[in-house]
Design a protein around this ligand. Structure first.
Ligand SMILES: C[S@@+](CC[C@H](N)C(=O)[O-])C[C@H]1O[C@@H](n2cnc3c(N)ncnc32)[C@H](O)[C@@H]1O
Length: 430
């Protein structure tokens, strides 16, 4: 997303609020109507937008069995039909300018805004491709008993203009749908509990939904924009699928959640290095270059070690930058042997590790174990086969290390798992 500054009359974008160390994930704080005009045109392959639905106008809903008022935030209040439509036209026009000629856009919404979105798209000359009906299997009940229970949202998919030759990864969608053509009706759960461990957003979309959208309409290394990025679900899905991402969000607490979520994707093979990263942070070392030197890895690998430490609940990224969590703090205060055993116990309890453990129970050799875990990841995500092989190796390396640390207790933590023999290999970090 660069332009020649000497030729470009637009005011420069502010520095990102947060960017990943490889710069492929960027979050900008501000109003998208102000920031999008500062971005160079035709820069993005895909836009996903989950704009305000203008629902927060004194209604009621049911949350956790209780009647609560629908108030998601000031940003969700309607200013009247005319003004709301004008807002929709303005941000959609900017998205159109930012899309590449063959780029496409997805916009989600309920009846409160989706007709305005569809009409605006027609006014602006987008090419309508599909309207997806997203069915929510467990919607909150309707408390007034005067309407059907609201159980769907619509997501409109459109090409940049009438000439757009949009990307559609048809074969992948068919494979994910058990070998049959995928319909435009998608039944997908709301975000799972583990998607909210880094903080919540009142209208958070599920990773499953965003992964499907991104996998369907982009290729690896494509660039994705979300002008209303909230807790960063689009960006996290993009990162998991090897796409680059730029998100705009006004509200600082949501940006913080998004940054923390990104850092929760595990890719570092060596638990010793994860531990050393935590200890270095306890000693006040924050610079990736210095950390890389201390750990004997590249800056990029430092990033993966930090991500893994976040996933394991030892580090966090907040307004004050990198810091130890309470668990990380406690661990850093222990003796080296105690620290290693504590980390091993944390790894053993992690849900992803436990899932991998349960799957490899009957595998005879290390190759079988790797292939089994890779197949599990491949079937349940849209990651490429190579990436699944590497992530499988990471999980197995963690398990092998944790078992060795927990000698004597491993029976309790890793019931029935044959001894792992793989060498941990940091070359697999990629
Ligand atoms: C419907 S939520 C998006 C939730 C997101 N899809 C997620 O999974 O977390 C809309 C978000 O847009 C933000 N927002 C509203 N108006 C905005 C604007 N003009 N510019 C940037 N962000 C805005 C709100 O703060 C809110 O977090």
């Amino acid at each position: 997303m660069t332009a020649n500054p000497s030729l470009d009359p637009r005011p420069a974008l502010p520095d990102p609020y947060f960017q990943s160390e490889d710069s492929r994930f960027r979050l900008y704080q501000g109003d998208c109507l102000e920031l999008m005009p500062r971005m160079p045109e035709a820069a993005f392959d895909l836009v996903f937008a989950d704009p305000p639905y203008f629902l927060s106008n004194g209604g009621i809903t049911c949350h956790a069995g209780k009647m609560v008022s629908v108030h998601k935030g000031k940003w969700d209040e309607s200013k009247g039909a005319e003004a709301d439509h004008e807002f929709t036209v303005r941000w959609l026009r900017e998205c159109q300018r930012l899309l590449k000629p063959n780029g496409s856009i997805w916009v989600s919404g309920t009846a409160h805004i989706i007709h305005s979105v569809g009409y605006a798209m027609q006014q602006l000359g987008f090419k309508l491709l599909n309207d997806i009906t997203w069915v929510k299997p467990n919607p909150p009940p309707n408390l007034s008993c005067r309407y059907f229970t609201h159980a769907t949202e619509t997501i409109i998919w459109a090409g940049r203009d009438k000439k757009c030759r949009h990307k559609f990864n048809y074969a992948l969608m068919r494979r994910l749908n058990g070998g049959k053509q995928m319909l435009s009706v998608w039944t997908l759960e709301a975000p799972r509990r583990e998607e909210k461990v880094f903080g919540k957003h009142p209208t958070q979309k599920s990773l499953a939904l965003l992964e499907r959208i991104i996998a369907a309409s982009t290729d690896e290394n494509d660039l994705v924009l979300d002008p209303f990025s909230g807790s960063g679900t689009t960006g996290i899905a993009a990162a998991r699928l090897g796409r680059s991402f730029a998100g705009v969000e006004m509200d600082e607490p949501f940006l913080r959640v998004a940054a923390a979520r990104l850092l929760g994707v595990p890719q570092a093979d060596s638990p010793e290095r994860i531990l050393a990263t935590v200890m270095a942070h306890a000693d006040g070392v924050r610079s990736p270059a210095l950390l890389g030197e201390m750990l004997g890895v590249t800056e990029r690998q430092v990033h993966y070690c930090r991500q893994a430490a976040v996933m394991l609940g030892l580090l966090s990224f907040g307004a004050a930058g990198w810091q130890l969590t309470d668990t990380g703090q406690t661990m850093a205060g222990g003796k080296p042997l105690e620290c290693a055993r504590a980390l091993a116990a944390i790894i053993a309890c992690h849900p992803l590790v436990q899932l991998a453990v349960s799957k490899v129970r009957h595998c005879k050799d290390s190759e079988g174990r790797r292939n089994t875990v890779a197949r599990l990841l491949f079937a349940s995500t849209a990651l490429s086969e190579n990436t699944c092989q590497r992530r499988a190796q990471t999980l197995l390396a963690w398990i092998a290390w944790a078992k060795a640390q927990l000698a004597g207790e491993e029976e309790y933590l890793f019931r029935d798992v044959p001894p792992a023999t793989e060498e941990s290999d940091d070359a697999a970090v990629a």
